[in-house]
Ligand binder design. Structure first.
Ligand SMILES: NC(=O)c1ccc[n+]([C@@H]2O[C@H](COP(=O)([O-])OP(=O)(O)OC[C@H]3O[C@@H](n4cnc5c(N)ncnc54)[C@H](OP(=O)(O)O)[C@@H]3O)[C@@H](O)[C@H]2O)c1
Length: 306
């Protein structure tokens, strides 16, 4: 099996890579075909360390084995060879890229038949983070509100803009000028990030914004605090300093209902999935270099079959 084990470690009992032990009462072993790439910054981490230290991943996968046949029907009816999609965080919270992983059946849903694995692989983590940020468990965005989304052209931002627009909200999204038309195509009003952002947003929304989703960290938090009418409606997926400003952190978690809804929207063409590049596993270091540069539009996807 090819893969990048969690934390680069092997399991002390089995000697297998750390992501191969059973993870729940209802584990399904899946062969991963495509993995979405997600980058997490760790303090003191060097670019060369990132492959081993900070990854979370899931994607379009095929079950190879179901541990508990009686579970059939409770969390879905997966048979060997079914095409599934999921966010398998329980056992790989620090992440892995591997051809075989175990995942709780409760984290998996069927891949829509008309959807490419490449597209499906890009949905779970970015889509669920955005859905949970926009919905009642996050900012509870509603029709007529104005929401500011930082790093709106990234993987999470691309979903967040579209999901917020679907509630009937007005969305102002931050990006560099090269992504202005892209953000418009998603339904957002683009503003350039950096110095002067507060003034640029006030030109569009003189009374400020109702809610802000921070996917960039740093100055984006302070700028959001200045623009928000209610400091409590600030959520960050990135920067824990949000707590000092009265906001909250969001941590994506598996949710089958939300994932099925997202996949349905994508398969109907109601939500666009942007994929910057598809790379083979042996180019994962290159993929992380690109992510570290901070300008990926949408998602990078690893093709584990290549
Ligand atoms: N907490 C969670 O559960 C969770 C889940 C998923 C992701 N995350 C985190 O969320 C963050 C966003 O991830 P992502 O995959 O959506 O995108 P990303 O790859 O981290 O960011 C790419 C985007 O950031 C934009 N960008 C770069 N510098 C910026 C700045 N100073 N201000 C605003 N935008 C800027 C770029 O736009 P330009 O090219 O136009 O500059 C690019 O489109 C990451 O830090 C990720 O680790 C957290």
């Amino acid at each position: 099996m090819r893969g990048v084990p969690q934390g680069g470690e092997t399991d002390s009992e089995t000697g297998q890579p750390g992501n191969c032990r059973p993870v729940a009462a209802d584990p399904v072993r899946v062969s991963a075909e495509l993995d979405q790439l997600e980058h997490r910054c760790c303090e003191g981490q060097q670019p060369g360390d990132e492959v081993q230290d900070g990854l979370a991943s899931t994607g379009g996968q095929r079950p190879e084995h179901r541990q508990d046949q009686q579970d059939h029907g409770r969390h879905g009816t997966f048979d060997v060879g079914d095409e599934v999609v999921g966010l398998a965080m329980e056992d790989v919270s620090n992440g892995t890229y591997a051809e075989l992983v175990t995942a709780p059946a409760a984290a998996l849903v069927s891949k829509p038949g008309n959807m490419e694995f490449t597209t499906a692989a890009a949905v779970p983590l970015a889509g669920l983070t955005a859905a949970q940020a926009v919905s009642g468990e996050g900012l509870a965005i509603s029709s007529g509100e104005t929401v500011l989304v930082h790093a709106a052209a990234g993987g999470v931002g691309t979903f967040a803009v579209q999901l917020a627009r679907r509630t009937g909200a007005r969305v102002i999204g931050t990006a560099s000028p090269r992504n202005a038309d892209y953000l418009r195509s998603l339904g957002a009003e683009p503003v350039e990030y950096g110095d002067g952002l507060v003034e640029r947003v006030r030109e569009l929304a003189p009374d400020g914004v109702d809610a802000a989703l921070d996917l960039a960290g740093g100055e984006a938090l302070d700028q959001s605090a200045e623009l928000l009418r209610d400091p409590l409606r600030l959520i960050s997926a990135v920067d824990p300093r949000v707590f000092q400003l009265g906001g909250r952190m969001i941590q994506a978690h598996p949710n089958r209902g939300q994932l099925e809804e997202l996949l349905d929207l994508v398969s109907k063409g109601d939500v666009h999935v942007e994929i910057a590049e598809v790379l083979p596993l042996d180019r994962v270091a290159r993929a992380h270099d690109v992510i570290a540069e901070g300008h990926v539009r949408g998602k990078l996807v690893l093709d584990l079959t290549a």
